[in-house]
Design a protein around this ligand. Structure first.
Ligand code: UD1
Ligand code: UDP
Length: 384
């Protein structure tokens, strides 16, 4: 029996690791599955744990309001030390590029415990974009023994960095597993649909507007490299767009990071704009519902670049580079940076130009077929 410890701490990691937890738990004779959450995120993490019904065995509960990278790294290193010493896992699984994942990989390395890296091999090769994620994932790749690469390109990146090919498995991205589960739930269960409508109503958005066919632009933002001027330009561009398109709703579920909220307050203040909806972060089901109902998505998120193409939604990404070029190449994702004029022009063009819109809204799926977790577990079963 292998003891596997999964460590994660933020919203996107939890969404992508939850289906893997469930898949591992289907093999109680082969794996003792343990979950440690760092609590790098608190409310936004707990929302995901609840939706996917995952109960952590350990919770480091490290989040502090306005935490910095030193806080996160040191608290996780010290917190995990005890968990690893007391439980001696045979392998630690970490995900992606957050500081939780890199600190957890390092803590495991210090105890010479092999690390498996889920969503391995994504790269921009610009260590400040995204920051600190690009360096985080490169460090984690150096530490990891097993690399679960989502796409052929991410596998190739690792091969070019001299990772032995027999330690890489191409699996697809577990985010598509999570997405399919949730889309299926929403489609099949009317009581879940009712809950989503109620949740959104409570948060300040009446979904009957969308059910009646209103167009909607969904917005998210949180990248550290966009803090300050980047977010000011983004907010100004959104404000202009709400005036130019009064018949379209703009919904922005705001990340809880104070650096994201400050520019929103600065640019929008107390202004009441009838088609602009700033709402609290959404649990995954309601967010997926909004993605499905949206006309287009304006975001700097990593994960949304993978989910939206599979739902046939064009994504304009407010970044200069992306580690997810597959959907850009396929034509459903476009990089627009954080310049005010570019954002206003690109969103307007997509809203006005039907031909362009149709071209960008093809449902494509370079990131997986919903079976990534099965492939990861199969590979773990084969490891001696
Ligand atoms: C983190 C990750 C980033 C990932 C993002 C996903 C790092 C360094 N950053 O960025 O890679 O893309 O999560 O969202 O690993 N907060 C709350 N409640 C929450 C979550 C956050 O109040 O549930 C507030 C706190 O004030 C916290 C701040 O947001 O200090 C920043 O959280 P942090 O995890 O440091 O950075 P993110 O921007 O969320
Ligand atoms: N998401 C969510 N609620 C929200 C906004 C986003 O559940 O209000 C989901 C989204 O579908 C995606 C993930 O959170 O799966 C992305 O998280 P985020 O953008 O914070 O992080 P990133 O992917 O950039 O690391």
């Amino acid at each position: 029996m292998k003891k596997i410890l999964l460590v994660f701490g933020t919203r996107p990691e939890a969404i992508r690791m939850a289906p893997l937890v469930k898949e591992l738990q289907l093999h109680p004779d082969k794996f003792q599955t343990m979950v440690c959450v760092t609590g790098q995120h608190r409310e936004m993490l707990d929302q995901v744990l609840k939706i996917f019904d995952v109960e952590p065995d350990f919770d480091l509960n490290i989040m502090k309001r306005g935490q910095d990278l030193y806080d996160i790294t040191t608290l996780i290193l010290n917190g995990l030390k005890g968990v690893l010493q007391q439980n001696h896992p045979d392998m630690v699984l970490v995900h992606g590029d957050t500081t939780t994942s890199t600190a957890a990989a390092l803590a495991s390395f210090y105890m010479q415990i092999p690390v498996g890296h889920i969503e391995a091999g994504l790269r921009t090769y610009d260590i400040y974009s995204p920051y600190p994620e690009e360096m985080n994932r490169q460090i984690t790749s150096k530490i990891a023994t097993y690399h679960f690469a989502p796409t052929a390109l991410s596998k190739q990146n690792l091969i070019e960095e001299k990772v032995p090919e027999n330690q890489i498995v191409q699996t697809g991205n577990t985010v598509i597993d999570a997405l399919y589960r949730v889309v299926d739930k929403i489609k099949k269960q009317t009581e879940i649909q009712a809950e989503i409508h109620q949740t959104l109503k409570t948060k300040g958005y009446d979904t009957s507007r969308l059910e009646q066919g209103k167009k909607m632009v969904l917005i998210t933002g949180h990248r550290r490299e966009n803090f300050g001027d980047g977010f000011i330009h983004i907010c100004k561009a959104i404000k202009t767009l709400t005036t130019s398109y009064p018949d379209i709703d703009f919904i922005y579920p705001m990340h809880l990071n104070p650096n994201v909220r400050q520019p929103i307050n600065e640019i929008f203040g107390e202004a009441v704009i009838p088609n602009m909806f700033f709402i609290e972060p959404l649990e995954y089901l309601s967010f997926v519902y909004l993605m499905e109902k949206s006309t287009l998505i304006l975001t700097d998120s990593g994960g949304i670049q993978e989910e939206a193409p599979s739902l046939g939604k064009p994504v304009l990404v407010m970044r200069d580079v992306t580690e997810r070029p597959e959907a850009v190449e396929a034509g459903t994702v476009k990089l627009v940076g954080t310049c005010y004029d570019t954002i206003v022009n690109e969103v307007s063009e997509l809203l006005d130009n039907k031909l362009l819109y149709n071209k960008m809204s093809q449902a494509i799926n370079p990131y997986g077929d919903g079976k990534a977790c099965k492939r990861i577990v199969k590979a773990l079963l084969e490891i001696q």
